[in-house]
Design a protein around this ligand. Structure first.
Ligand code: GAR
Length: 210
């Protein structure tokens, strides 16, 4: 089984969904470590309760992005990590780190990329007036929220939606989509090939939590 590090900054509900999926010994990946850049991230307690090693690599202890990325690399080496899942990790990783993990690091973003990159995607979706919104899991590249897309899921935007109500609806499908995407990557059935993903032996149902 592939050894996964999950990087979080907050509540960690996507991390929890990954923990639940990987608890099944038939799942092709296991969570080796959870790392947060915030000491007070709610997800840390959830990971500990599941018996998963946790680490905090915060700015305060590691001044400078380079020092933070080096500390991260040391933790990943220590835990013999094969793959990284960003799950609400709200800090940009430096190019050197991103290149080192190219094709082995994935992220979930709560929009149908390439729409609504960056902060406040639900506000952006409401402002744009789209009738469908959703989430995407993609390989991480240097440009934020722009790497090759592995899987996506959509939800309707309803009259009267607020950013919060929309976020709640999207979050539910995030929790189904992220394990599907991790499975494809861990099994080598979704591979990064330049700016595309090369798929082998995948069905539509495995790439869309509809
Ligand atoms: C999730 O909605 C995730 O998609 C989003 O932050 C939330 C984290 O929630 N990520 C981004 O916006 C990344 N650009 P969680 O901590 O409960 O998983």
């Amino acid at each position: 089984r592939k050894r996964v590090a999950v990087l979080i900054s907050g509540r960690g509900s996507n991390m929890a969904a990954l923990i639940e999926a990987t608890a099944d010994p038939r799942f092709p990946a296991t969570i080796a470590v959870v790392v947060s850049n915030k000491a007070d991230a709610g997800g840390l307690a959830v990971a500990k309760a599941a018996g998963i090693p946790t680490r905090v690599i915060a700015k305060a202890d590691h001044p400078g992005a380079e020092a933070q990325d080096h500390a991260m690399q040391a933790v990943l080496t220590e835990h013999r990590v094969d793959l990284i899942c960003l799950a609400g990790y709200m800090r940009l990783l430096r190019d050197e780190f991103v290149h080192r993990w190219s094709g082995r690091m994935i992220n979930i973003h709560p929009s149908l990329l390439p729409l609504f990159k960056g902060l406040h995607p639900h506000e952006q979706a409401l402002a744009a007036g789209v009738r469908l919104h959703g989430c995407s899991v993609h390989f991480v590249t240097s440009e934020m929220d722009s790497g090759p897309i592995i899987a996506q899921a959509a939800v309707p935007v309803l009259a009267g939606d607020t950013p919060d109500s929309l976020a709640t609806r999207v979050l539910e499908i995030e929790h189904r989509l992220y394990p599907l995407a991790l499975r494809l990557v861990a099994e080598g059935r979704a591979r990064m090939a330049g700016d595309r993903v090369e798929f082998s032996q995948t069905s539509a149902a495995e790439q869309q939590a509809l």
